[in-house]
Design a protein around this ligand. Structure first.
Ligand SMILES: Nc1ncnc2c1ncn2[C@@H]1O[C@H](COP(=O)(O)OP(=O)(O)OP(=O)(O)O)[C@@H](O)[C@H]1O
Ligand SMILES: O=P(O)(O)OC[C@H]1O[C@H](OP(=O)(O)OP(=O)(O)O)[C@H](O)[C@@H]1O
Ligand SMILES: O=C(O)c1cccnc1
Length: 490
């Protein structure tokens, strides 16, 4: 049967091993045990000093549709040897987990929980793959987009990536992530419709090649459009493209809104300066110069350094594919599980690599700001879930690995980053409008010192553990080591 006629949903958008584990839990009577899983990434992408969280909207739309229909069950039945009682359990599957998450647009860092799922073990397991899929890609693209927008220093930045994206979902969710992080519009019309993002478009070389003449092509476009940006580099930017654009703009006068020209090749520093000169000499001081062609934050910064006269940047491939780092590497780990007596037992994964030793237990992340001096963030403080830093007069913050790096913060404000999204399967979170999310991302970034935001070698933002959590982690490491050693001796 062809793809188009298949009964599709995101329920089976999971790795088979999740369903295999669900089956084991089910058969062993463990599937309803309460468990807590947390999602985080270990290293900052692009050597960036910060990341921008995105993906929650897709997670919510996925969880809202999460149920196995008969075609899903039939597929599992045909492919795996699950007993019918398990198939029947899946048939009656109803999402019952609680989910806490940082909100979209939040500035986040490595090694802090971004999203937390608590509920029946089998359910927590099923949703791991989709959650990671959405968070990994969207957070990566939002982070890249934020870096590009910062490099552009307030200029207009347009998202042009669809044609080079890793398929359709990446194109539209990437366009959304880019808009959240500060891009001004997308060229993807569907993303505009689905997510209420502004759309924007100029024209391609094909139009000019169709007429085989800059002037005729621009004139035809001008006769059929009010807002006009002419692509001037098909034949010769300075000799033909720009002069033709100017001629059409003069001849059409008020009949069009001559917004400017786009250049898509060549030495963009040199050419843009010359183009600016030509436009100014013709009296088109307000006409903008758009640039595109394999741009990213590095080229934009460099072009600015060279004094390029570019007002708007079209960015495609390197944004949408997160070209220089195509994976964020976020993971989803179990941190606590109900034992035989019904008590929660915190878990930890030991590793010879210190970075990979996980932090046990259900946690909360607090963004600490100093009340008196400024509104900037002092660092993030990860606590045991029910610990409240505001009960302290001053907060002792220390590096979780190099504990001699520490400070005491007086008169601080602590804001919990993990917010309730689902409570026992019920959606309790109202997703803000996309413009609010975008504004939130802007404010969140503004609360970060410049040292963490610079493109090259940013300072490491403090992500610390509370003393209680740190001691808990150390106790558990020692306990596990002792248990393993005594087992090995036997
Ligand atoms: N002045 C500049 N300084 C640094 N990088 C630049 C400058 N001008 C253009 N670039 C970048 O250099 C790269 C040039 O790529 P490429 O060789 O594909 O362009 P081109 O030959 O001008 O155009 P095309 O092959 O697409 O017709 C692009 O990534 C572009 O953004
Ligand atoms: O370079 P990116 O950052 O990916 O931005 C998108 C690119 O897509 C278009 O080129 P393409 O060669 O696909 O088509 P066109 O030049 O014929 O319009 C456009 O001119 C940009 O160069
Ligand atoms: O509108 C544009 O100029 C555009 C759109 C997609 C890709 N490249 C350019």
């Amino acid at each position: 049967m062809a793809f188009a006629s298949k009964n599709d949903s995101l329920t089976l958008h999971t790795d088979l091993y999740q369903i295999n584990m669900m089956y084991t839990y089910f058969k062993m009577g463990l599937h309803e045990k309460n468990a807590v899983f947390e999602c985080y990434f270990r290293n900052m992408p692009f050597d960036s000093g910060y990341a921008v969280f995105a993906g929650l909207e897709h997670i919510v739309s996925y969880l809202e549709q999460l149920k196995f229909d008969e075609s899903d069950l039939e597929f599992l039945r045909q492919n795996e040897n699950y007993d019918e009682d398990f198939i029947d359990y899946l048939r009656h599957f109803q999402f019952k987990c609680s989910v806490n998450s940082v909100v979209e647009g939040e500035i986040v860092f490595n090694n802090e929980p971004l999203l937390q799922v608590e509920g029946p073990l089998a359910q927590c397991q099923l949703i791991e793959t989709a959650i990671l899929n959405f968070v990994n890609f969207q957070t990566l693209v939002a982070t890249k987009a934020s870096r590009i927008k910062s490099a552009a220093e307030g200029d207009i930045v347009l998202e042009f990536g669809t044609r080079r994206a890793q398929e359709a979902d990446a194109a539209i969710w990437g366009a959304r992530a880019a808009y959240i992080a500060g891009f001004d519009a997308t060229s993807n019309v569907r993303a505009g419709k689905l997510f209420d993002i502004p759309i924007s478009g100029t024209h391609a070389h094909a139009l000019v090649q169709t007429y085989q003449n800059d002037y005729e092509a621009f004139m035809a476009y001008a006769q059929t459009h009010h807002d006009c940006v002419f692509l001037v580099d098909t034949y010769n930017t300075l000799r033909s493209g720009v002069p033709s654009a100017i001629r059409v703009a003069k001849e059409m006068g008020d009949k069009i809104n001559f917004q400017g020209v786009r250049i898509d090749s060549g030495d963009m520093a040199y050419i843009s300066k010359k183009v600016r000169q030509q436009l100014d000499e013709a009296g088109f001081y307000d006409a903008k110069i758009f640039a595109s062609n394999d741009l990213d934050e590095k080229t934009i910064l460099n072009l600015k350094m060279q004094g390029a006269k570019i007002d708007a940047w079209g960015v495609g491939t390197k944004l949408i594919t997160a070209f220089d780092q195509p994976a964020l590497g976020a993971v989803y780990k179990i941190v606590s599980i109900e034992d035989q007596n019904g008590n929660m037992r915190d878990t930890l994964k030991l590793s010879s690599n210190a970075e990979k030793v996980s932090t046990p237990g259900k946690k909360q992340v607090w963004r600490i700001t100093n009340n008196l001096k400024h509104e900037k963030s002092e660092g993030d403080w990860i606590s045991v879930y029910d610990e409240n830093p505001e009960k302290f007069n001053s907060l002792y913050m220390f590096h979780p690995k190099y504990t001699y790096i520490n400070k005491i913060v007086e008169d601080f404000k602590a804001r919990p980053l993990l917010q309730p999204i689902y409570e026992s399967g019920q959606l309790v979170y109202t997703q803000p409008d996309i413009r609010q999310i975008r504004e939130y991302a802007k404010q969140s970034l503004a609360a970060l010192w410049e040292e963490y935001k610079r493109d090259l070698n940013p300072q490491e933002y403090p992500v610390d553990l509370s003393e209680k959590l740190y001691n808990h982690k150390m106790d558990l490491i020692n306990q596990l080591r002792e248990e393993n050693n005594s087992k090995a001796m036997k």
